[in-house]
Ligand binder design. Structure first.
Ligand code: C2E
Length: 493
């Protein structure tokens, strides 16, 4: 009996510690993503300042190129005499417009405005960061949507000496104001929260893991009680500690892979000229134990951070071959692309793994293409060699989320790939009919010169498809106009 009690007590402590650890990891991951977004915003502001220019077609094209090369920005704008004169969305602003009212004054003269209607994009709201003569917009909900749905959280900005609650998804955190930003935890209304802050913008996330049931009803506790009963006589502490730890976030993805919470869906890729399905992109979906979807942007970056991306990629490859082996054997011209990181390609075990799996599935290498999601040029010589190896083995390599400017051109000629996938934010540039020709033809010419296949992502409307079909009749395309991602069983139907 004593063993049962001790095991239960140890289990309760262990569950609470794991929940705090997991909330801390999710909050860290949030701050890493937020740092990437704000870093991108600051770099873009610096780039606008670096080349002062009049607002003409060239400057509009440059602003658009900056947005296209970013991952999270929606618009970039230039100001003159305190007025907005040029934006990546509508080009020249005539007459010049007042910048949005300032909600927060950040470090280094940065002014931040929340929930601002976006110029030239009706119905769309942004968070705007302005400094000097440069301004960038980020989608209004980005910082809210980035938070993992398993968290009860609040976003707090430091406004002078006081905290300012920007958003919370729980009534328990309403009224939170004081966040020191230096302590990793705080207690509010009797509940302990993890605190992680983003220094550059003096914003913090205050979070705890949402608890669907009390600690005593948690599966870990049930396991603990059972083990206490089973192992009480022989002392089961080491094993119960193992059980408790196995719930920490870094193992959640692994558990999710095993338990079926992770699955792969497929978004068809069509030939623009006849809209025939010629391939598909494999995309991961995670529905957690509470039935909530977890955003791939959030858990993929978590996997990259924890060094687990290799396991995730291997999981996806195995699942693709399981799901689609029959279909791919019937259609050798059909190619499924899998997202990979630079680390995957540079891992010496990756290609042997892929080749062995393909051989076991009786498929050729050309059935699986690889989309390189990272744009890092670090280690580019090593990366170039790794790309050359997988291409020699027969896999097509795609650069994902491609924008355009000359640095992209040099990046491409260094890396030698087969295809580019044009970032879906590019579609936004097509809203401006008068300047629509400024970027797309550059990309098409660039792709032709380098002999690259072009895949246009994020096509939602007929006019976008028609525009690209005229410009690049041989291009491939992907987007909701043709199909949203579907289950494997629907891909070849
Ligand atoms: N608004 C709009 N969106 C469209 C449209 N067509 C496709 N999309 C979405 O655009 C994303 C395309 O994938 P990505 O650029 O590779 O971007 C992916 C990729 O970078 C990453 N990801 C997803 N699955 C995997 C994976 O298995 N491994 C790795 N390493 N990354 C993955 O997560 C990112 C987001 O994936 P998803 O949320 O599935 O979002 C997908 C897709 O659902 C459209 O017409 N309109």
């Amino acid at each position: 009996m004593l063993a049962v009690v001790l095991c239960l007590a140890f289990g309760a402590w262990s569950v609470q510690r794991d929940r705090a650890e997991q909330a801390g990891e999710l909050a860290d991951s949030y701050v890493n993503l937020a740092r990437r977004i704000t870093g991108e915003a600051v770099e873009t502001i610096d780039a606008i300042h670096a080349e002062p220019a009049e607002c003409g077609p060239q400057e509009v094209a440059r602003l658009r190129a900056l947005v296209l090369n970013s991952r999270f920005l929606k618009a970039a704008s230039r100001l003159e005499n305190g007025q907005v004169v040029c934006t990546s969305i509508i080009g020249r602003v005539d007459p010049p417009a007042q910048p949005p009212r300032v909600d927060l004054a950040g470090d280094g003269g940065r002014r931040i405005s929340f929930n601002v209607p976006e110029l030239g994009a009706p119905g769309s709201r942004s968070m705007v960061i302005r400094e000097g003569n440069a301004m960038v917009s980020i989608h209004a909900r980005t910082f809210i949507d980035l938070a993992d749905p398993r968290l009860d959280f609040a976003l707090v900005a430091k406004d002078g000496d006081v905290g300012r609650l920007l958003f919370t998804n729980t009534p328990a955190l309403q009224g939170l104001e004081r966040v020191s930003g230096t302590e990793p935890t705080l207690t509010f209304n009797g509940q302990r929260y993890q605190v992680r802050c983003l220094q550059a913008y003096t914003g913090c996330i205050v979070a705890t893991l949402r608890v669907p049931q009390g600690v005593w009803g948690s599966p870990v506790m049930i396991e603990m009680g059972a083990f206490g009963l089973l192992l009480g006589l022989s002392g089961g502490f080491a094993f119960s500690a193992f059980l408790g730890r196995s719930r920490s976030l870094s193992r959640q993805l692994l558990l999710a892979m095993r338990s079926g919470e992770l699955r792969v869906v497929y978004q068809p890729i069509v030939r623009l000229s006849d809209r025939r399905r010629v391939g598909a992109e494999a995309l991961l979906r995670w529905t957690d134990a509470t039935g909530k979807p977890v955003s791939p942007d959030a858990f993929i970056s978590e996997a990259e951070r924890n060094g687990m991306i290799g396991q995730v990629t291997r999981f996806v490859i195995s699942r693709v071959l399981e799901d689609l082996g029959d279909g791919l054997r019937r259609r050798p011209d059909f190619q499924v692309t899998v997202n990979v990181s630079a680390d995957d390609l540079m891992d010496s075990g990756f290609l042997p793994f892929l080749s062995a799996r393909l051989q076991a599935a009786r498929l050729q290498a050309c059935s699986i293409g690889l989309e390189l999601t990272e744009r890092t040029t670090a280690n580019s010589r090593e990366l170039s060699r790794a790309i050359a190896r997988v291409r020699e083995a027969g896999h097509k390599v795609y650069i994902d989320d491609f924008g355009t400017d000359y640095s992209s051109l040099s990046y491409l000629s260094r890396l030698r790939v087969d295809a580019i996938k044009i970032n879906r934010t590019f579609m936004q540039a097509l809203h401006d009919q008068s300047d629509q020709d400024t970027i797309a033809p550059q990309i098409v010419v660039m792709a032709e010169v380098l002999g690259l296949t072009m895949v246009v992502e994020g096509i939602e409307e007929e006019q976008q498809a028609a525009y690209f079909h005229t410009l690049a009749p041989d291009a491939l395309a992907q987007g909701w106009l043709f199909s949203k991602p579907v289950e494997a069983s629907l891909l070849f139907s």
